[in-house]
Design a protein around this ligand. Sequence first.
Ligand code: SAM
Length: 234
Amino acid sequence: MSAEHRLSPVALCRSPYRQKFAIPRQPNLVPAAIGRLDLQGECNRGEILRGLEQFSHLWLIFSFHQNLEQGWKPTVRPPRLGGNARLGVFASRATFRPNGLGLSVVRLHRIGQQGKQHFVEVSGIDLLDGTPIYDIKPYIPYSDAHPDAEGGYAQAAPTAMALVIAPEAEAQLAEAERHQPGFTELARQVLAQDPRPAYQDAEPGRVYGVQLYDWDLRWQVRDGVNHLCAVVPV
Ligand code: SAM
């Protein structure tokens, strides 16, 4: 019998997403989402990243760590299909999987060091804050890119939703931007994804809230348009 394959995280992802709710369903839908991969343990050394700067994109293999306790199911109901059809978990990118592993392509921003901490900054992430990363690999376009690929029930990117910002929220957004440069664009891109639960009855007038960095966004959907009502420090 072969030896058991034991994994320990090579990095932890610091992310603006502090809750699973409102994280985009795939990477690169919110390019303004910047994450920092802090290398861990024996992997926290500069030479482990040597040459990585030559690549524009990276593959991340990570754990859906917040869902592990709930186990997995052989079939799932993809939100794309309105929750009406059951498909095999291997025909989906669902988080409840036999080994609880996620896979995302992200853009490489920069490689850096702060004190003893080596890190890799990436953008377009769809990962929760604190997500353990099990491997980092360069994206190799000649092999990994397939412009003629069939996307099955997920062929096209979701359409972006319009956003109206209330005057009070404009001022609060400016304040958040002062503390966290790039916050406004991040908030816009997150809300454009229509982060409401996919197949629950829309509750007219409901105010939704989600934390990004240390700020709570509060918004409402009226006539198919997002209305940002408030941006409140947590
Ligand atoms: N791109 C990855 C993949 O295909 O394996 C992830 C796709 S999965 C559908 C994306 C969702 O995973 C996000 O919307 C978020 O709710 C959830 N998620 C992200 N990080 C997570 C974590 N650490 N634990 C549990 N769920 C997480």
